[in-house]
Ligand binder design. Structure first.
Ligand SMILES: NC(=O)c1ccc[n+]([C@@H]2O[C@H](COP(=O)([O-])OP(=O)(O)OC[C@H]3O[C@@H](n4cnc5c(N)ncnc54)[C@H](OP(=O)(O)O)[C@@H]3O)[C@@H](O)[C@H]2O)c1
Length: 236
């Protein structure tokens, strides 16, 4: 059995990814502020899943996550679900907010890409979770959109650097997805507007996003690399 590493693997989208991958892999998941979500997922899925607490905005944290995954077995899949946002107006940005957002959504992704490209086995798969915010530039998401756009650019570069080993690097861009996190920071009115803005007229589910990621890590996706896949229910 080969090993998958899911950073943020007990979060809203991350837990759905972990459940999909645990069918075919041992899975190492990382958590940060919510150890209880990781404990519940390990209890649900059993020995096949191991959880480690790391701060993915630090070099030590990201290196520790990869060390733990490689202790579990040959690392063939890396999925990075770490990220987060709030809604500051651009006129209200502070250096602290800018640094926090870039650190969580971009610095962390660059560290993950560095370790993943070095450590994933030949023929392996790397999937980075961005956001459709990087494409549509919604109001009040300047730092988040900028950071996720950076994640996308770096992932496309990484794809070129590892292609000779048959490793693919792709990005999935969810639209508004029904997670605890989204609901904790977004008003009901805004959520209703988000749900009505795509062709399917609903929020995505974590399983919708996990399904797209499962396609990219599967054997039929070996010829897709350096790509960015929207998973938005048809957001124009
Ligand atoms: N939900 C949406 O509408 C939506 C739309 C587009 C893109 N996305 C992206 O999808 C991903 C997952 O989002 P979600 O909605 O599922 O939210 P979530 O449950 O909060 O997932 C974020 C994950 O990041 C982890 N994390 C946060 N800070 C960290 C840190 N410093 N070090 C290590 N891990 C850290 C969290 O772990 P802990 O909970 O343990 O802290 C959690 O597992 C994010 O990249 C987000 O930007 C979400």
């Amino acid at each position: 059995m080969t090993t998958a590493l899911v950073l943020g693997g007990a979060g809203g989208i991350g837990a759905a990814v972990t459940r999909r991958l645990a069918a075919d892999h041992d899975v190492t998941i990382t958590h940060h502020s919510h150890p209880e979500r990781a404990e519940a997922l390990v209890a649900e899925l059993g020995d096949r899943v191991r959880a480690i607490a790391v701060d993915a905005t630090t070099e030590e944290g990201v290196v520790a996550a990869f060390d733990a995954a490689q202790e579990q077995g040959e690392l063939t899949v890396v999925v990075d679900c770490v990220g987060g946002w709030d809604y500051p107006r651009i006129t209200e940005l502070t250096s602290e907010q800018i640094n926090d957002s870039l650190s969580l959504n971009l610095v962390s992704a660059l560290l993950v890409l560095r370790e993943a490209t070095k450590r994933v086995a030949d023929g392996g798969r790397i999937v980075m979770v961005s956001s459709v915010a990087a494409r549509v530039a919604p109001a009040r998401q300047s730092t988040y959109a900028a950071a996720k756009a950076g994640l996308e650019a770096a992932s496309r570069v990484a794809a070129k650097e590892v292609a000779k080993r048959g490793v693919t690097v792709n990005v999935v861009r969810p639209g508004a997805t029904d997670t605890e996190y989204l609901r904790s920071i977004t008003s009901d009115k805004a959520i209703e507007a988000m749900a009505g803005s795509n062709a399917m007229r609903r929020l995505g589910t974590p399983e919708d996003i996990a399904g797209v990621i499962a396609l990219l890590v599967g054997p039929d996706a070996a010829w897709i690399t350096g790509d960015i896949i929207d998973a938005t229910g048809g957001l124009a």
